[in-house]
Write a protein that binds this ligand. Sequence first.
Ligand SMILES: *Cc1c(COP(=O)(O)O)cnc(C)c1O
Length: 446
Amino acid sequence: MTNVTQQRVLHTEIPGPRSLELQQRKVAAVSAGVGTGLPVYVERAGGGILVDVDGNQLIDFGSGIAVTTVGNAAPRVVERVQQQVADFTHTCFMVTPYEEYLDVCDALNELTPGDHEKRSALFNSGAEAVENAVKVARHVTGRQAVVAFDHGYHGRTNLTMALTAKNMPYKHKFGPFAGEVYRAPMSYPFRWPGGPADCAKESFDVFVQQVHTQVGEENLAAVILEPIQGEGGFIVPAPGFVRQVADWCREHGILFIADEVQTGFCRTGDWFASEHEGVVPDLITTAKGMAGGLPLAGVTGRADIMDAIHGGGLGGTYGGNPVACAAALGAIETMRSENLCGRAREVEALFLPRLRALAERFPQIGDIRGRGAMLAIELVRGAGDLTPNAELTAAVNRECHAQGLVTLTCGTYGNVFRFLPPLASSDELLSEGLDVFEAAFAKAVG
Ligand SMILES: *Cc1c(COP(=O)(O)O)cnc(C)c1O
C-alpha cells in the first residue's frame, strides 16, 4: 500500500502491450472456462489502485468482487499475514488446532446479528460456507427441502449451482443438480408487475403461497436469501420482506439462512445487511470481505444448531487456514479502528447524488439502488421502456476499462452496472472514478 500512489495513471492503451502478451499465454495455459473481465495483468496494488504490468495505475471500483473492502494489501492484513506465514503456514485445525481460528470465530460470533449464544465454523470459499449451512440445516431439522430465490447467487459447486438462479454462465450444461432445491419469486421492486408499491404489498404473500403449494412448510429445512442480492443484480427487496420471510420461517420451524457472503463486513454500511432489516438469522454465511483477499469463509449460527452436529461432521483440510485467519484478524481490526461501516455510508452519500444527476440526463438509467458501498444502476432502453439494456451496460463497462477504471456488471439480464469500491479509497479517488464513469456513460450512449 505504502508504495502505490493513490492516483490513476495511464501510460499505454488499456490493456497495454505486456498485458496483451500475458493474455496470449493465458489462452495457451488456462482453461477457456475461466474468463477474465478485463485482461489487465496486475503487478501490485494498494488501497483503491491496481498497478498493471505496463505501469498503468487503474482505479478499482470492484474490490475483486467485494473482497478487498479494507483496501488492497491493507497494512494490518500485510503485517499479520507476514508474521503468521513466518510462524507456521498450516497444521489443519482438525489435527492440531491454533488460536487464530478461535479469534476469528469469536469475532464472527460477536459481530453477526443477535446477542444469543453462537458458534462458527470456517471454510475456504463462499460456496463451501453455503454448502455447510445447508448441511447443518438439513441435519438439525431432519427435513430436506431448501428454498432459494429468483436472481439468487450462492456459488458454483454442485449444491450451490442448484441454489443459484441464473443458467448462463453458471449452470449451463453442468447438471444434473442437487435435489430438493426449490425456487421462490424474489421481491424485486423495480420489475414487480405494478411497481414498487405493489411489490411491498404483495411479494411476501406470493412467496408464501408458492412455497406452501409447491414445497410444504413441514418439508422445508431452510430458506436461503441474500439480504441484498449480489450477482443477480444488487436487488434490494421491498422494505420488510426479509423480516417477513425470517419471521415466517421461525413460525414453521424452518431455518433462515442469510447469505451475507457479498453483503457482509461493512459493505452495506452495517457489519451485516441483516441488521438494517432488523433480522437475526439462524445461520449466516460469510466470506468475501472478511479476510482482505485471502480465501476464508464462515458459517455462524445459534449454538444449539451448530452444536447439534456430530464431531467430525463439519470441516475440511484447509478450512480456517492460519494465514487466512491472520488476514481476517487484520481486516476486522481495520474495519473496527477505521469505522469502515461509517465509511461505507459516506461512500453512499458521495455516489448517490452523482448517480441521480446522471439519471436526470439519461433515461436509460431505470433504477438506482443498493446501500453503503454496494450500489448499482439498472439500465433500460429508455423512459417507459424497461427492456433490459445489456448492450449499453457492456459498452459503458468497456469504455470505463479503456479509461483505467475497473468496473463490474451483474444481473440476470446483464444490464446492471455495480459499484463496489474498496473502503480505503479517498473521496478524491472515488470522485475521479465517478468522473471517468460519467464520461464513459455519455460516450457509450453516443
Ligand atoms: C460470491 C458469492 C458466493 C460464492 O462465494 P465463492 O467464494 O465464490 O465460492 C456465495 N454467495 C454470495 C451471496 C456471493 O456473492
